[in-house]
Ligand binder design. Structure first.
Ligand SMILES: Nc1ncnc2c1ncn2[C@@H]1O[C@H](COP(=O)(O)OP(=O)(O)OP(=O)(O)O)[C@@H](O)[C@H]1O
Ligand SMILES: [Mg+2]
Length: 508
């Protein structure tokens, strides 16, 4: 019998209107990577937040190293040797990597001495676990992948023996996933225990020793990864068979240009040119995919189109109208909606309720803005209720703050709000990030329906499989430029991958 690091027994956690954990048993061994899977809202983050001391269970017991333990706060968890890296990072952007290590963990000895010891310790952790990052860089200058490494470093620096990673790969590109996997393997070789939450079944099969599936707050099974298949896991998660692909049916464009981008230029946050003369058109009944390795200007491109970043040159037209640099609301009035990558920064107001967020951007419409308060409120409520039902967003209640929704359900709410505008043009960035298999399928279907109805869709995704499956044409972006445009089926995954990594001339 492998030694048990953690055992959770009969964990129950209720919130007003939801039972997030309905009596869960879960065990974690030393030296194992344990996958935690389940649909959006299944209770994964809540269960692990209980282990990390963020929430107190209403019922149930936790054993750590064989002893029953009350984990009253994250501080207690950290002292026990339990660390957690959240879905959204909690670093201080203005501070350096080293300075972030000390946040909430004040040095006890003289500052100078301690700093040197700290640096040595951090450097050895970096090399032991392959967590490549510059200790003196400011966090705000780091890529998402590097920030994640800093979070892992921070947990290890504080002595984590059990490490919980909540959807760590959702924000990573393929190469970074490989690096993370080597880190996870190194942790395992050191005998540490890792909980790995993910929606990507192939990842769970690759990196995990055992996998536990949650469904509606219950553990529906724990099995060795060697006995699992994607189909079996998916069926455990949703209780039915699911398909992993959709097939766009042939539709013909009427040759109408819905979105036209001409010689567009934009700078990144540091003022460096990031979009360097990009031109393309999106036609009616068409999905144009933008493939590329993260950081090649896609973010700036989309922001420049969507009115969130002032272009430094070039033009954007929606239909007949030139709308270069116009505000998101002007663009929305012309039928362009934007599904942003960062749902916390752009898409939602976390402290506002579900219903307030559902009408965000539409709150000035007469039915929501004119008339007696009670009547307006009713209109908002009915509208929000419809959205939530149509898009199966699971919410504690319509008046609950959006921050209490699970990560995937926050994403669903944005999609529901934006897609229900019947847009002519959809500009979507990583729309399925953080969604479970059912949710992904649902979003793909929605895009295909919009395409069937004549919309033009600009789909920016780091997930090449997703782009290849959905897009009628694929534009590859490399160092701020479009280096190739191919039609569906014209290039192999390998050829596209090479273009993404090396730009023009990669496939001669
Ligand atoms: N602080 C809170 N207040 C009220 N309800 C909450 C709170 N935190 C979570 N919930 C609810 O508990 C349920 C489980 O949420 P949890 O975040 O654990 O889901 P998850 O499995 O991590 O999903 P996802 O894959 O979308 O991240 C959800 O219905 C969520 O709305
Ligand atoms: Mg979660």
């Amino acid at each position: 019998m492998p030694a048990e690091a953690v055992r959770m027994e009969g964990i129950v956690k209720r919130f007003p209107g939801v039972v997030a954990n309905a009596g869960i048993d879960f065990s974690l061994h030393w030296g194992e990577v344990h996958g935690l899977l389940g649909e959006n809202g299944a209770g994964k983050t809540v269960l692990m937040s209980i282990l990390y001391g963020l929430y107190q269970p209403n019922q149930g017991r936790i054993f750590f190293r064989g002893k029953e333990t009350k984990i009253r706060s994250p501080h207690v968890a950290i002292q026990l040797g339990i660390g957690m890296v959240h879905q959204h990072f909690m670093l201080v952007p203005r501070l350096t990597v080293l300075e972030n290590m000390a946040v909430g963990w004040e040095p006890r000895i003289g500052p100078l001495l301690d700093r040197r010891a700290m640096r040595r310790r951090i450097e050895s952790l970096i090399s032991d676990y392959g967590l490549e990052v510059d200790p003196d860089a400011r966090v705000e200058e780091l890529s998402v992948g590097e920030q994640q490494r800093v979070e892992i470093l921070k947990a290890l620096y504080r002595g984590a023996e059990v490490l919980i990673l909540d959807e760590p790969t959702a924000v990573l590109v393929e190469q970074e996933v490989e690096a993370l996997f080597s880190t996870v393997r190194a942790l395992k070789e050191q005998g540490k225990a890792v909980v790995f939450i993910t929606h990507k079944l192939h990842e769970a099969l690759e990196i995990c020793d055992r996998i536990t599936v949650l469904r509606r707050g219950k553990n529906v099974g724990t099995l060795p990864a060697s006995e699992a298949t994607e189909e079996r896991l998916a069926e455990m998660m949703v209780g039915r068979e699911v398909v992993f692909t959709v097939t766009p049916e042939p539709v013909s464009s009427q040759g109408q240009v819905l979105l036209s981008v001409e010689g567009l230029q934009a700078r990144d946050d540091r003022g460096v040119p990031a979009v360097r003369g990009v031109s393309f058109e999106v036609y009616d009944h068409e999905i144009l995919g933008i493939a590329g390795v993260q950081g090649n200007g896609q973010k700036e491109l989309v922001e420049a189109i969507a009115g969130l970043r002032q272009p430094t040159g070039g033009r954007v037209r929606v239909g007949e109208r030139e709308l270069t640099g116009q505000s998101p609301s002007k663009l929305a009035a012309q039928g362009l909606v934007h599904i942003p990558e960062d749902r916390h920064l752009r898409g939602l107001i976390l402290t506002f309720s579900v219903e307030e967020n559902a009408v965000l951007g539409r709150h000035r419409q007469p039915r929501f803005a004119v008339g007696p308060w009670a009547q307006r409120r009713r209109a908002i409520r009915i509208y929000a209720q419809e959205l939530v039902e149509r898009f199966s967003v699971s919410v504690p209640s319509l008046s609950a703050p959006v921050r209490t929704l699970s990560g995937g359900n926050q994403q669903r709410l944005i999609l529901a709000r934006e897609l229900s505008r019947d847009p002519q043009v959809i500009v979507a960035v990583q729309p399925t990030r953080g969604l479970d298999v059912g949710g992904m399928e649902f979003v793909w279907e929605q895009f295909l329906e919009a395409r069937r109805n004549g919309a033009g869709i600009l789909l920016v995704s780091m997930d090449l499989d997703e782009v290849m499956m959905l897009a009628d044409r694929i534009a590859v972006m490399y160092q701020g430029e479009i280096v190739a445009v191919v039609r569906r089926g014209e290039a192999t995954k390998r050829e596209l991958g090479l273009l993404m990594l090396r730009g023009k001339g990669a496939v001669d």
